[in-house]
Write a protein that binds this ligand. Structure first.
Ligand code: SF4
Length: 468
């Protein structure tokens, strides 16, 4: 694509993964620090093409080492406005992945990059070439950018100074949608940036639902669609309301059919179980149904431990991603927790039973006060038994559901008798629920009766083995 760079640049490298064995250096990520930030500036504040590096370069880094990395881009142009910052910032993820031997994951202050050994051997020894390639792509692909300048920081002290500013910028962007709601607008926005690895993904951004990656809100979608209507962010006319509670609209359903090539034709924006939003893989948090307590847990990328269902974020993310509607799992952006419509058709906050402490602290100010102390963290519950006890002890609203279901069971004479010693109410799982796979050796908690309603079950083979 461009001869001046010591690496190939092409969309075909987008899915490239750099594993530990092939890695030369790791940049930012969960064990270090970093961020990416785009700021709109006046024309005279930007020196086009200028690159500044604060801290060591790739050539100064030892093989196998880990370093912080912040990337700041200043953009200017007649059409450039602050609303476009997030859109350009999200393209940093896409364009860095175009570079052979450079891997970029996540967004904002969760970014995580790796440089491969092969790339360094072929000459990728300086961040300058990487930044210049990105600046070239910004200007080629986003013609409203007339001038761009890049500042990369690998010095931890400098990053610690700058990261607070970056977080304040992200926060003020997120807060812009607080007073705007789905019912106030006629148009939602779609994004296809993740279609390369999640071809049936249908990303719909509304005032009450930030993108799964957390990087694009309704204002960002609107600004991007305005400057480049044929680009990856585009308008989705809302159409008629089919059901306001679950967030089902004719326009979204039509877009779902078109964008997923017919795989999906219904999406309920604020539903967890029924026709949920698709999950691409960039989501900041994954929600998971816990049938033993009939509640929903949430786990974010930063949580390295195991959720009460015995699974880690990475396992559940693997099961949820790929652009599918996976009933029982849902990928969301952190800011969706702040939405007044947060999974409202499935009980909203009253259905939430567990989340990691760090995530809970991050969004505590947006939780209804009466539920805050009733949601368990890893400090309160590490498995379903301790979770059940915690919820009972705190009189979590989910207990009412248990009681209702217990009463229903008692009234239903055809229902199978409970197993001996089973003291927990039986939960009804959605018919199309995908049960999470328990961790190897984790064992079951025992005593859950599964009632499948309207389910079609087909079994290819049954193997019966004698147990010694
Ligand atoms: S998660 Fe959605 S909004 Fe974010 S980059 Fe992917 S497709 Fe676009």
């Amino acid at each position: 694509m461009a001869d001046e760079f010591p690496f190939e640049i092409s969309p075909m490298f987008e899915g490239e993964r750099i594993r530990k064995d092939g890695m030369y250096a790791e940049l930012a990520g969960p064990k270090s620090k970093g961020f990416e930030l785009v700021r709109a500036a006046d024309m005279d504040e930007v020196e086009d093409g200028k690159f500044t590096l604060i801290g060591p370069d790739i050539s100064d880094m030892e093989e196998g080492s880990r370093h912080p990395l912040a990337m700041i881009y200043k953009i200017a142009g007649e059409l450039v406005e602050a609303d476009l910052e997030s859109i350009v910032e999200r393209r940093n993820h896409e364009f860095q992945n175009y570079i052979q031997g450079f891997m970029h994951l996540n967004q904002r202050d969760d970014v995580w990059m790796r440089v491969s050994k092969d790339a360094v051997a072929k000459g990728m020894t300086s961040f300058e070439a990487v930044a210049k390639a990105i600046m070239m792509l910004f200007k080629n692909e986003l013609p409203f950018i007339e001038k761009v300048e890049a500042i990369y920081i690998t010095d931890m002290d400098e990053i610690e100074k700058e990261i607070e500013n970056a977080k304040a910028v992200y926060k003020s962007r997120d807060e812009r949608t607080r007073d705007l709601h789905d019912e106030d607008v006629d148009t939602f926005y779609g994004c296809t940036l993740c279609a390369s690895f999640a071809p049936t993904n249908v990303c719909v951004v509304t005032p009450d639902r930030i993108s799964l990656c957390g990087a694009i809100n309704w204002f960002d979608g609107r600004a991007a669609a305005k400057v480049d209507p044929e680009g990856p962010q585009f308008a989705i006319p809302k159409g008629d309301v089919i059901d306001a509670e679950s967030g089902e609209y004719t326009g979204v359903n039509e877009a779902a059919k078109r964008l997923s090539s017919g795989e999906y034709d219904r999406i309920k924006l604020h539903s967890f179980f029924e026709y949920p939003h698709t999950s691409c893989g960039c989501f900041e948090v994954v929600g998971f149904y816990i049938p033993e307590v009939d509640g929903i847990g949430w786990v974010d990328r930063d949580f390295a431990g195991t959720a009460p269902n015995g699974l880690q974020f990475s396992t559940m993310a693997g099961q949820t991603g790929g652009g599918k509607q996976v009933v029982g799992f849902l990928g969301v952006g952190v800011n969706y927790f702040r939405s007044p419509k947060f999974i409202q058709s499935d009980g909203g906050w009253d259905r939430v039973v567990w989340m990691p402490k760090m995530l809970k602290d991050k969004i505590a100010d947006s939780m209804p006060e009466d539920i805050r102390e009733k949601i368990a963290t890893e400090e309160d519950a590490s498995d379903v038994d301790s979770l059940r006890n915690f919820l009972k002890g705190k009189n979590h609203p989910i207990i009412e559901k248990w009681e209702e279901e217990e009463a229903e069971e008692e009234e239903a004479p055809e229902a199978a008798a409970p197993q001996e010693g089973y003291a927990t109410p039986q939960m009804q799982m959605p018919a199309n629920f995908m049960p999470p796979m328990p961790a190897m050796g984790g064992g079951g908690s025992g005593g859950v009766k599964i009632i499948l309603k309207n389910a079609k079950v087909s079994i290819d083979k049954v193997i019966i083995k004698k147990q010694d």
